[in-house]
Design a binder for this molecule. Structure first.
Ligand code: FMN
Length: 189
């Protein structure tokens, strides 16, 4: 089957994270984000893509900081509440019934109940005509001890990180499951 080029988000699961930010006046914001990726495995940079009309982008521009929160399956309702377009002066954590979690290195709080938190500062903004790419640096990274061990990494069957698959009829939430095979790949330059 041949698909339209813009259906590319329907051929692979994308992560769902909540980006938490604050405005320069301290208003808290949270928004679901899927266009977010680590940049090359050994580095500590991330890349996010944002449409221009986003309070998240405005806050990131004002403060140079954001937190990537990884929500768990079961948090879909709160995630979708954050996807509504509230005016910038609305505290979206409150609207979504989310509890703030103090960050260690940045001002925007993280979100309780998520399984991991990456506190980031902005390295570079790449402006395109209709959207912006933000290169961020992870300055503090933490995961819930219940789901992460230094030997085995994330127990994702237990942690249940959220992903989405797009479709013409909208998106559906999915989550990863183990294939039983181990990669054993550790090489990087
Ligand atoms: C699962 C999901 C993923 C999303 N990913 C993005 C994204 O990668 N980039 C983006 O600009 N908007 C994305 N959005 C849309 C924003 O979350 C939505 O417009 C939100 O209201 C923005 O809030 P804000 O104006 O408070 O920043 C996504 C929405 C959902 C539900």
């Amino acid at each position: 089957m041949i698909l339209k080029p813009n259906q590319r988000s329907q051929i692979m699961p994308l992560p769902v994270v909540l980006l938490s930010t604050i405005s320069q006046d301290g208003v808290r914001n949270a928004a679901p984000w899927s266009c977010v990726t680590p940049v090359l495995r050994p580095l500590d940079e991330v890349l996010i893509a944002s449409w221009l009309k986003r309070d998240t982008l405005e806050n990131i521009r004002q403060t140079g900081e954001f937190v990537i929160n990884v929500p768990r399956a079961g948090m879909e309702d709160a995630v979708m509440t954050c996807a509504k377009s509230f005016p910038p002066e609305v505290d979206e954590l409150k609207e979504a019934g989310l509890v703030a979690r103090p960050s260690v290195k940045v001002k925007p709080p993280g979100i309780e109940g998520c399984l991991a938190w990456a506190e980031c500062t902005v390295e570079e903004e790449i402006a395109r005509e209709k959207y912006v790419l933000i290169v961020g640096r992870v300055v503090h990274l933490e995961a819930d001890d219940r789901f992460f061990s230094p030997e085995n990494g994330m127990d994702f069957e237990k942690a249940m990180p959220l992903c989405i698959m797009g479709s013409n009829k909208g998106m559906q939430f999915v989550r990863p499951t183990a294939t039983g095979e181990k990669g054993g790949y550790a090489h990087h330059p």
